[in-house]
Ligand binder design. Structure first.
Ligand code: SF4
Ligand code: SF4
Length: 348
């Protein structure tokens, strides 16, 4: 069955049934405007309407702290690779975050392949959930074109009132549907409901900045010396909040942690950030990006320009998290608009 429907009243028993595939993780309200992905045992705890979670689901694919290897040099040099995995089901992933996971998939599948990421990725079942409404003023999914599903899920749910319309994306998704008897085959009236919702969304989700998305890489290249970088550099506090919460930022550092016996220990990797000054420092002490303005310009180019050349996709999903958390109130949309004004790319 490629398309199915699930009565909303069956969500509780569906979530119970999902546990056979792993720990069920879903968005949960932490306050009125703050949400987090965490384990749920009761479907009533799941937030079906939520603004993007504080941290994106990348924390389940690329943990903030992860052991890559353990070593023991007591009897010769021995290094044991470590991959920490568990079966999990991510329920309720919005389309912007599905796009973020797709970006990470591309990066970690590139040469050299990252086995820790790829093995862990195979243990995760992903169930997407459509945003029917605009989440808040920080999002730019209209500009980035990420407000509609574009793959990257096993199942994709759309809330259509008293039922979910479900698209089956993979064989694993098909197995889940086949194993749960409350799914029904989608009929033409269900497709009609979906079409009405999507037509309504097309009216709401408009580009938040009047620029042509496909010209963004060129705009960023031409705006390399633009004044906007000095402006945001003067305000930036180099706190790295923006990279930590970004679903597509994947830079990490690798460190050795030796035990007190000086014979055993482990090699770990931890999230790093291009917004921290030592990030681009080299052994002789020089830094390629000593100024905050250089680092801000670099981050934006790593979203809108460089990955388009390398992977043919933007690494900004328009989730809005970086603007939401920035203590200096540096807003991604305002920055793009200012650059577009300076470079003449703003549509009038
Ligand atoms: S969150 Fe804001 S202040 Fe912090 S590093 Fe990012 S842009 Fe700078
Ligand atoms: S750059 Fe900002 S808006 Fe774009 S994906 Fe990262 S956190 Fe989301």
């Amino acid at each position: 069955m490629e398309y199915a429907v699930l009565p909303k009243s069956a969500l509780g028993s569906f979530v119970d049934a999902l546990r056979q595939y792993g720990k069920v993780i879903a968005p949960v309200a932490k306050s009125e405007r703050h949400f987090a992905f965490e384990e749920v045992t009761d479907a009533r705890d799941i937030a079906l309407k939520y603004i993007p979670t504080i941290l994106p689901p990348k924390k389940y694919f690329m943990p903030q702290y992860e052991t890559l290897a353990e070593y023991d040099i007591r009897e010769g040099q021995k290094l044991y690779p470590v991959v920490e995995v568990e079966h999990i089901v991510l329920f309720g992933v919005h389309t912007c975050d599905l796009a973020g996971i797709q970006c990470l998939d591309v990066v970690f599948s590139d040469r050299p392949k990252d086995l820790n990421y790829l093995v862990r990725r195979g243990y995760v079942t992903i169930i997407g959930l459509e945003c029917n409404e605009y989440c808040d003023q920080y999002a730019s999914c209209g500009l980035m074109g990420t407000f509609l599903p574009q793959g990257g899920y096993d199942l994709f749910f759309t809330d259509l009132g008293d039922y979910f319309f479900v698209h089956v994306g993979t064989q694993r998704g098909e197995d889940i549907v086949a194993n749960f008897s409350l799914f029904q085959r989608a009929e033409s009236r269900h497709f009609w409901d979906l079409q009405l919702l999507r037509a309504k969304k097309a009216e709401i989700f408009r580009p938040e900045v009047p620029v042509d998305r496909f010209l963004l890489p060129r705009m960023f290249q031409e705006g390399f010396e633009a004044k906007v970088w000095e402006d945001v550099g003067n305000r930036c506090l180099s706190c790295a909040n923006c990279t930590n919460v970004c679903p597509t930022c994947y830079c990490f550092d690798v460190k050795d942690v030796m035990n007190l016996d000086l014979r055993t220990g482990k090699r770990i990797r931890v999230w790093d950030s291009c917004q921290n000054e030592p990030f681009a420092k080299i052994a002789s002490g020089e830094s390629f990006r000593a100024e905050r303005s250089d680092r801000k310009r670099h981050r934006f180019n790593r979203k809108f320009s460089y990955p388009v050349k390398r992977y043919n996709r933007f690494f900004c999903t328009g989730c809005g998290r970086c603007s939401r958390v920035c203590m200096a109130k540096i807003d991604l949309k305002e920055t793009i608009a200012q650059l577009a004004r300076e470079t003449g790319y703003l549509k009038v």
